[in-house]
Write a protein that binds this ligand. Structure first.
Ligand code: MG
Length: 275
């Protein structure tokens, strides 16, 4: 079966149906061992991943799955999956800690690639687990929130810009000091807890930039949001200012910067000279 954008939306909606009633419940937070992505797996993560696997099996999908809890695994017919080079990169719940505490900022992130690198991502869906809103994009066809086309904002440094700044707690003060010249130019700072969803906020022009300095930031968190951002005319680059086109893998982790086109020269320059 072809992995159309409609199928990816359907897959996300199936996960939503099982996971949404668990938001903010004690049951959601029952802890298991560490997942392949490095975080402790909770009940809510397992329910989401199980639902995804069942749906993929029910529809006889042959694919390499890269998923936060289980890591890399061939689903269906391995030979066909290898031949087609089809890959699904999924974070079944991005923002699990928000989800179990009842903070309405968590999402499902699903990206589909045909090939081996980030550039080969063709389709993406991010579903907001609280509102059921679906952000989605197909390469070359633009980005959407439900039925509405979205694009990054046109705000620049002289406007009231919003930024999400995420950093490892242990180095918070060092980073805040280092990033002073950037922080000073923004109107409001946020740390929201779902990278997939924040990439969509930048894509739809609700925020202007997102700097994620965590080395532990995984491909599964950003794969879908990245295509949505790019299709919305946003910019995405690493801290040394280069585009990221690395090989798809559960082990791929990297800090990044996402922003609208207007802020790109400023952020690139500040980060490459001061970081
Ligand atoms: Mg997760």
């Amino acid at each position: 079966m072809d992995l159309s954008i409609d199928f990816l939306k359907f897959l996300a909606t199936e996960i939503y149906t099982e996971v949404n009633p668990l938001l903010g419940t004690k049951k959601a937070s029952i802890k298991y061992e560490r997942g392949a992505g490095g975080d402790i797996t909770m009940h809510i993560d397992l329910v989401a991943e199980k639902t995804m696997l069942k749906t993929l099996n029910d529809y006889s999908i042959d694919i390499l799955l890269i998923s936060e809890e289980m890591g890399e695994k061939y689903i269906g017919n391995k030979k066909k999956a290898i031949e087609s080079q089809k890959v699904l990169i999924v974070d079944p719940v991005d923002g699990s800690n928000n989800a179990v505490r009842g903070i309405p900022y968590c999402s499902i992130s699903i990206a589909h690639a045909e090939g081996k690198t980030i550039e080969d991502i063709e389709k993406a869906v991010v579903l907001d687990l609280s509102t059921k809103d679906i952000y989605w994009a197909e390469k070359g066809k633009g980005a959407f929130l439900n039925e509405k086309k979205i694009h990054v904002s046109n705000l620049g440094l002289s406007d009231n810009c919003f930024i999400e700044l995420n950093f490892p707690k242990e180095k918070a003060f060092t980073y805040v000091e280092k990033l002073k010249p950037i922080i000073e130019r923004f109107y409001r700072i946020r740390i929201l807890g779902s990278s997939a969803l924040t990439l969509c906020q930048v894509a739809k022009g609700s925020m202007e930039a997102f700097i994620n300095l965590r080395d532990s930031n995984r491909l599964v968190d950003v794969a879908a949001g990245l295509l949505i951002l790019k299709e919305a005319n946003g910019q995405f680059f690493s801290l040394d200012g280069v585009e990221t086109d690395q090989e798809l893998s559960i082990d791929l982790k990297f800090p990044f910067v996402a922003c609208n086109a207007k802020l790109e020269p400023f952020l690139r320059n500040e980060l490459t000279t001061n970081y």
